[in-house]
Ligand binder design. Structure first.
Ligand SMILES: NC(=O)c1ccc[n+]([C@@H]2O[C@H](COP(=O)([O-])OP(=O)(O)OC[C@H]3O[C@@H](n4cnc5c(N)ncnc54)[C@H](O)[C@@H]3O)[C@@H](O)[C@H]2O)c1
Length: 335
């Protein structure tokens, strides 16, 4: 099977490319990435010479490029997106273009040039909005709270409409917060590790009580691989590992792991529209496709911390922004 992966130089995309080449020996990958925010060519240096892997620098919003590439493959996995919620608050238009129009461009290419191709849209739990109690199922209507999640929800609606109207063989995955190696240092876990290693204050939004359900990126990649292989067209699959924790709990676990004091914690103004809690019910993918997470949360978090401690040359080029500008929507929260 030949698969077009988009956004393969980012955090989840690069983990997904490595996972697919290792787990599916027959699989060939074309990775198209515009090398934007979140991309790091070093993420895939180890597979650059793999004969089953090709990299193309390009934008999913470019119909000529995407039409040509879609023509050559059996399936498309759309991972490319602008992903940082804080950035979506200062510059929402970029999110509309890349996340919604980008997905639309791929759907149109499949519709016109390769109608039989499988399509997996990698979406997010954030499209459901906040879960004050209970857990969201795939039947819960989207209620996005910020421009990032709105752009992803809009893309999902286009995917579902193309299944129903044009018969595309597309499925959607919605996963909770990922952690693991190769994540851009402006996201919570790597930012906290890197700042703590340099004994810098650790910014915590509000009171740190916002709850996220964490999953190791490898478990997410396995789930996306299964949906590509066995998922039903027109269906949504929630992906979650049941590791709910407040941001403050996560940060304290990291401090314990690298033996740094809690006096580094500093509470800053909350992010506008900050959802209190996300929580997903992932019974459907477990029952219908046989997926289950295999990583143990505490162990995986400790090994992630060790990875950042041991890979300073990887994150140093990105650390300036992560360290100096912790909250892009409201710079200057920290001195
Ligand atoms: N990180 C999470 O916790 C999480 C959880 C659930 C879902 N997701 C989804 O997974 C996907 C990847 O997230 P991530 O954390 O790896 O993001 P990331 O920011 O690390 O990587 C995104 C990649 O997409 C590329 N890209 C962006 N716009 C593009 C365009 N127009 N054309 C080509 N390439 C483009 C970037 O260059 C980058 O390499 C996103 O769709 C996101 O919504 C992420």
């Amino acid at each position: 099977m030949k698969v077009l992966v988009t956004g393969g130089l980012g955090f989840i995309g690069s983990n997904f490319c490595r996972y697919m080449l290792a787990a599916y020996p027959e699989c060939e990958l074309i990775n198209v990435d515009k090398v934007g925010i979140g991309a790091n060519p070093a993420n895939l240096q180890m597979i650059e010479n793999n004969k089953r892997y090709t990299f193309i620098k390009g934008d999913i919003c470019n119909p000529q490029l995407i039409n040509r590439l879609v023509h050559q493959v059996d399936a498309v996995v759309n991972i490319a997106a602008e992903t940082h919620v804080d950035r979506s608050i200062t510059d929402p238009n970029v999110f509309l273009q890349n996340n919604t129009v980008g997905t639309f461009t791929i759907l149109e290419a499949i519709k016109r040039h390769n109608h039989k191709a499988r399509f997996v849209q990698v979406s997010t739990d954030e499209v459901y909005g906040e879960a004050l109690e209970g857990s969201f199922t795939e039947n819960t209507p989207p209620k996005p709270s910020n421009p990032y999640s709105a752009s992803k929800a809009a893309a999902d609606m286009f995917v579902l409409s193309y299944c129903k109207t044009y018969g595309l063989k597309a499925s959607i995955t919605r996963c909770t917060n990922n952690f693991g190696p190769y994540q851009l240092p402006e996201k919570l876990i790597p930012k906290i590790i890197i700042r703590a290693l340099r004994d810098l204050k650790l910014p915590i939004y509000g009171k740190g009580t916002n709850i996220r359900d964490w999953i190791h990126v490898t478990d997410h990649c396995k789930a996306v691989g299964m949906v590509l292989e066995k998922g039903k067209p027109g269906e949504i699959y929630n992906i979650s590992a049941g590791n709910e924790a407040t941001n403050l709990e996560i940060v304290k676990k990291i401090l314990t792991s690298i033996k740094k004091p809690e006096s580094l914690l500093t509470f800053v103004d909350d992010r506008p529209g900050h959802d209190v809690r996300y929580s997903l019910d992932s019974k459907k993918i477990r029952d219908e496709l046989g997926w289950k997470p295999t990583e143990i949360f505490e162990d995986a978090l400790n090994s992630t911390v060790e990875w950042y401690v041991g890979n300073e040359p990887w994150w140093t080029p990105f650390a300036t922004d992560a360290i100096l500008h912790p909250t892009p929507w409201k710079r200057g929260n920290l001195n």
